[in-house]
Design a protein around this ligand. Structure first.
Ligand code: HEC
Ligand code: HEC
Ligand code: HEC
Ligand code: HEC
Length: 210
């Protein structure tokens, strides 16, 4: 018999493997009706969410986001408890702010650098003038401070869309269980939102000196 060239033998072997392997994989998978069926047959819940949440690690104060992702709800950390001067209405009660040390309590330390020279934003682009505890959109929709994504999202709708899908921002808590994400102002200063360029905190060590 004529000796087959080794490359042809390899070719035949590979072809056989490609036919046999997926076939057996499908057989195993179909025979057991898939992973979800195995879990259900064992009397367990397919969703591990409650167990994962019970294991801890979820941030303390959560609100459900008013948007959904793939029809699924998700949550974000509250903001009001993190805003130092909340409640604003302690001072801004629609009368003249009366404070003995107004210069010290006013917000002169705040730098508003948002919107660029073309279209600079003003305080009341975002804050509701007659109800300082809330935001107001350009269309007059009043927004609770815990839902700051709705304020930013009216203008930055692409980042908002990415944030909903998980491509912008950051998940906090657990990878399994309830999906909780950081809200926009956990990372961005709303008054000067652009991250400044900066040098690395340390230089790389020379490779030959550990
Ligand atoms: C401790 C008192 C105090 C608190 C709390 C406070 N403010 Fe103020 N705020 C002032 C004073 C004083 C001024 C300057 C006086 C003025 O312009 O009426 C001021 C000015 C402002 C202005 C400038 C526009 C204007 O003239 O009214 C905005 C906007 C503002 N505050 C928003 C807020 C928001 C939003 C909060 C809550 C997150 C808040 N403030 C909480 C005392 C306060
Ligand atoms: C782009 C929207 C936007 C603009 C414009 C804006 N703010 Fe704010 N401001 C916010 C948001 C959002 C927060 C809450 C931040 C958070 O969630 O931590 C806030 C928080 C504050 C607070 C509370 C900060 C704290 O930690 O106690 C004060 C006071 C305030 N703003 C005053 C002003 C003043 C005065 C101006 C105008 C000079 C202004 N803001 C302009 C969005 C805005
Ligand atoms: C009323 C519209 C409006 C709202 C509300 C608003 N922004 Fe902006 N934002 C702008 C504009 C306009 C710019 C400037 C865009 C540019 O220069 O390309 C900007 C710039 C930015 C930038 C810098 C981007 C860059 O490339 O310079 C960031 C980050 C940002 N905004 C985040 C936020 C966050 C976070 C919020 C909510 C707290 C918010 N914005 C709310 C209009 C808005
Ligand atoms: C986990 C932190 C984090 C969260 C949460 C977050 N961002 Fe950002 N964002 C960033 C970083 C980091 C950049 C890139 C900054 C750079 O390239 O200089 C960025 C960039 C941006 C920019 C500039 C344009 C761009 O895409 O590079 C905008 C506008 C913006 N974010 C808006 C938002 C809005 C609106 C939300 C909430 C819906 C949000 N971000 C939530 C970290 C965050």
């Amino acid at each position: 018999m004529k000796k087959q060239p080794s490359s042809l033998r390899l070719y035949i072997a590979l072809t056989l493997l490609l036919i046999v392997l997926p076939g057996s994989a499908i057989k195993v998978y179909c025979g057991q009706q898939g992973v979800q069926a195995i879990i259900t047959q064992a009397g367990r819940s397919v969703s591990a969410a409650p167990a994962a949440d019970a294991a801890g690690g979820l941030p303390a104060n959560l609100v459900q986001v008013h948007a959904t992702h793939n029809g699924q709800p998700f949550w974000t950390e509250t903001r009001k408890d993190k805003v130092r001067r909340f409640k604003c209405s302690q001072c801004h009660d629609n009368s003249t702010v009366t404070a003995e040390n107004a210069a010290a309590v006013a917000h002169g330390d705040m730098v508003l650098e948002h919107g660029g020279a073309q279209k600079p934003l003003t305080c009341f682009t975002c804050h509701k003038e007659d109800q300082r505890d809330f935001f107001e959109t350009q269309k007059g929709v009043v927004i609770d401070m815990d839902h700051v994504d709705e304020l930013c999202g009216q203008c930055h709708f692409r980042q908002k869309r990415d944030w909903i899908g998980g491509a912008h921002g950051k998940r906090v808590g657990n990878w399994a269980g309830r999906r909780v994400v950081a809200n926009c102002t956990a990372c961005h200063d709303p008054h000067s939102p652009l991250f400044k360029k900066r040098w690395p905190a340390t230089y790389a060590l020379p490779l030959d000196k550990p």
